[in-house]
Design a protein around this ligand. Structure first.
Ligand SMILES: [Mn+2]
Length: 332
């Protein structure tokens, strides 16, 4: 039987017009793999249309080549019923189930041929064709493999998208999902003359004094539970108001908590208009995806998240309890 990867290659070769999207609240892998696939299709003289999921590409990725300004913004006016254009296939990237696709595109699941490229272990195989490989670091890595299959060199905006996707999901090649192929593909990108310094400067020079102040506030209030095995960092809405920051400024903080010597599972909680958004990070064997699943969330073994419709204190209590049960079950 032909592998899904080979069949995706065939779909690309035989089709012409493609619609591309990824999961809502797009992260570095979603945005990078979308931009990468768009440039891969353009290199093959195809006609891709990128529909950036709401709330649009994070500002910190604004330097990417989105093809047009429009492509970096959320496309809330897009509609697929009746399908406005003849589309040969609808690519859904980095997305484990169709509920994570914006509602305006839901009709596309009936009217288009759906090609799902993803690496979430809990993927529901909602596409007409699903290339799902939980062993891949990122969807960006899978787009890079497609480029190889299609003899398109990993250069320019394609390479930038793929690189962004891979470093985002691997914590700059430090998480355990970093595979030999991730590094081989990165080596190929570098061999092709990629300007690593320029790109890393764009990626890492993103801070502001306000953001540092938010981090200071949140870090000064971080706490440990369960003999230091669980670390928690949280931000309520007052902290964002006080430091004039946004949700995006709170992102990478969880990794500082994960770096505490005794911590097995790091928890971050962010108060939203309604309820709390949480993230979980772990080391090695501790499967935080299953903990997130108890709150209808999802993700990967060492990185997962979701939402809890409760006040901040209650959400923290529920999560800490769930994490504690999990690590006790494992005798850690
Ligand atoms: Mn991903």
């Amino acid at each position: 039987m032909t592998s899904p990867r080979t069949r995706i290659v065939e779909e690309i070769l035989t089709g012409n017009r493609f619609l591309l999207t990824a999961h809502i609240n797009p992260d570095g892998d979603a945005v990078g793999s979308l931009v990468g696939l768009m440039h891969l299709l353009k290199a093959l003289d195809k006609d891709p249309e990128l529909v950036m999921p709401p709330p649009g590409a994070p500002h910190k990725f604004s330097w990417l080549d989105f093809g047009s300004q429009q492509n970096s913004r959320p496309s809330e006016t897009v509609s697929c019923q009746p399908c406005p254009k003849e589309v040969d296939a609808f690519f859904v990237l980095d997305c484990g189930n169709r509920d994570r696709v914006q509602k305006e595109l839901q009709p596309c699941f009936d009217s288009c041929r759906v090609l799902n490229i993803d690496h979430h272990p809990d993927n529901t195989h909602f596409g007409d064709l699903n290339w799902v490989d939980a062993g891949r670091s990122s969807v960006g890595e899978m787009i890079a493999l497609l480029a190889g299959d299609l003899d398109v060199p990993l250069t320019g905006a394609l390479a930038e998208g793929v690189y962004l996707a891979m470093v985002s999901d691997t914590g700059f090649f430090s998480y355990s999902n970093t595979g030999p192929e991730t590094l081989r593909l990165t080596a190929r990108i570098l061999e092709n003359g990629f300007d690593l310094d320029r790109l890393n400067r764009r990626l890492q020079r993103q801070s502001s004094l306000n953001k540092i102040h938010l981090h200071g506030l949140a870090m000064s209030r971080a706490s440990l539970y369960s003999q230091g095995r669980i670390g928690v960092i949280r931000a309520d809405r007052a902290m964002f108001a006080q430091t004039q920051t946004t949700a995006e400024d709170f992102e990478d903080l969880i990794n500082h908590i994960r770096g505490i010597e005794s911590v097995l599972v790091a928890v971050s909680l962010r108060e939203e208009q309604e309820g709390v958004k949480f993230s979980l990070r772990s080391w090695g064997e501790v499967d935080v995806k299953s903990i997130a699943a108890r709150f209808k969330g999802g993700g990967h073994i060492n990185a997962a998240g979701g939402n809890i419709p409760a006040p901040l204190d209650q959400a923290e209590e529920q999560l800490v309890k769930a994490v504690k049960e999990r690590i006790e079950e494992m005798n850690l």
